[in-house]
Design a protein around this ligand. Structure first.
Ligand SMILES: NC(=O)c1ccc[n+]([C@@H]2O[C@H](COP(=O)([O-])OP(=O)(O)OC[C@H]3O[C@@H](n4cnc5c(N)ncnc54)[C@H](O)[C@@H]3O)[C@@H](O)[C@H]2O)c1
Length: 423
């Protein structure tokens, strides 16, 4: 198969550590031939890693898409509020597009992207980065459901454990701490999970409810005498689980977050970040507003009831699922790559251990990038999901946020009608 060429728009965490990494690990499949990145240091490092000539390195996507088409595909990895323009320009220039999730941080713009970027363009692929669809874990569960082995699906209990250190990094100190400037938590973190729930349920949702709040990371919970930055010497440093010095310097599970902090300011080291960047701040005074625990209730037209729990307060970053059918049940623990199934008629329990290497999104990052690249190389789009399905699950997230903030139950058909859509 031919080697697919691609441009990367935004050489930040995803651009560099997911798509850039895939190209370095699979040089016969994917080659990055151009980059747009305003941060000079990041751009130069990315250029060096991929051996990109100077005249193919740009300070912004506007400049890159002003050139004649430079590759087969474009990976769009800018922040949530900056997806529409690069996606549209890439599409108009004839690139196959892989757009990071969320499609956008407003429902209106998600719909605009779907309308403006995904119609026409014969043979041009436009995909949304819903990585969980490509994980062996959920592929296995979906095939078990489709086989009918648990009878008719009745309930799904789904838990998204963000991990206390991951939450502190991304949703208290980092990019997604302010929902008005980025995205609501249920969209930023859980649009993947809503997409999976809609997929497993096998039909559209009828109503959405939600509740949740910011319980812990508030000024009134700040320990007495805590300084603005943990590294200044906090009297509660020993017992505070969110102590930035511990998290970024010593706490092994957070190593990947330290890499992100270093990438944010490649001119300086981690110690500098602990004293000067938001990543060093006391978690109780970060000006954050997204909830740290939330539940979403979903009633599907086909009678399936699902409950999603999203929490900052877990020791691991994982997802648990319990699926109840009329003839059996399935229980899954994503971090352990373990799925068990019990048949009600025999009460026999079967355990399935999946052999998945420890890598981005439990194999989802690699699965998605590989499928996208192979679809382009073969000229046959075999991606398992349509943008219209991603749009539907994004709108479920906006409906959930409306339900949470307005303390109401959202009729989903009426909700999508407001955007000129129907289920
Ligand atoms: N699929 C997933 O599971 C997943 C996981 C994490 C993040 N994301 C999403 O991926 C996107 C990127 O996240 P990230 O963590 O890599 O962010 P990031 O901030 O690390 O990277 C974004 C990059 O875009 C660059 N940029 C800004 N303006 C630009 C312009 N005009 N042209 C080109 N580049 C420009 C920034 O300088 C930055 O380097 C976000 O939408 C995020 O929500 C998806």
């Amino acid at each position: 198969m031919k080697t697919v060429t691609a441009v990367v728009i935004g050489a930040g965490d995803r651009g560099r550590h997911v798509y850039g990494k895939y190209a370095l690990e699979h040089p016969n499949e994917l080659m990055i031939t151009a980059v747009a990145e305003p941060n000079e240091q990041r751009r130069k490092e990315f250029q060096k890693l991929h051996g990109i000539p100077d005249d193919r390195c740009f300070t912004g996507y506007e400049e890159l898409f002003g050139q004649p088409r430079l590759a087969d595909a474009a990976f769009i990895c800018t922040q949530d509020g900056m997806h529409y323009s690069p996606a549209l320009l890439a599409r108009q220039a004839g690139y196959h597009v892989l757009l990071e999730k969320p499609i956008s941080n407003t429902a209106e713009e998600c719909v605009r992207i779907w309308k403006d970027c995904t119609h026409g363009g014969e043979g041009q692929i436009f995909a949304i980065c819903h990585v969980l669809r490509y994980t062996p874990f959920f592929l296995q569960i979906k095939s078990m459901l489709d086989s009918g082995m648990i009878g008719r699906l009745a309930n799904i209990q789904y838990e998204e454990d963000i991990g206390f250190y991951h939450f502190a990094h991304s949703y208290v100190r980092g990019h997604w701490k302010d929902s008005s400037a980025s995205s609501p938590l249920v969209l930023a973190k859980s649009c993947h999970d809503l997409d999976i729930l809609r997929w497993l349920a096998g039909g559209p949702v009828a109503s959405v409810s939600s509740s949740g709040s910011l319980l812990e990371f508030r000024p009134e919970n700040c320990p007495p005498g805590a300084p603005e930055y943990c590294a200044w010497g906090c009297p509660s440093a020993q017992e505070c689980p969110y102590n930035a010095v511990r998290l970024y310097q010593w706490f092994e599970p957070a190593n990947f977050l330290s890499e992100i902090v270093k990438l944010e300011d490649p001119m300086h080291d981690l110690e500098h970040a602990l004293f000067h960047s938001d990543y060093g701040r006391c978690v109780y005074r970060c000006g954050n507003n997204v909830p740290d625990h939330q539940t979403v209730g979903l009633s599907f037209f086909n009678g399936v009831e699902a409950q999603l729990t999203i929490t900052a307060f877990s020791s691991k970053i994982t997802r648990h699922v319990r699926i109840m059918g009329t003839k059996g049940e399935i229980v899954g623990d994503m971090a352990r790559n373990l799925i068990s199934y019990r048949d009600f008629s025999t009460m026999k329990k079967t355990k399935i251990h999946l052999d998945v290497p420890a890598e981005g999104h439990h194999g989802g990052d690699r699965g998605l990038t590989g499928s996208f690249v192979r679809s382009i190389a073969s000229g046959k789009n075999d991606l398992p999901t349509e943008v219209s399905q991603s749009l539907e699950s994004h709108l479920m997230a906006f409906a959930a946020e409306k339900a949470r903030t307005e303390q109401t139950v959202v009729n989903f058909s009426e909700f999508v009608q407001k955007y000129g859509l129907s289920l």
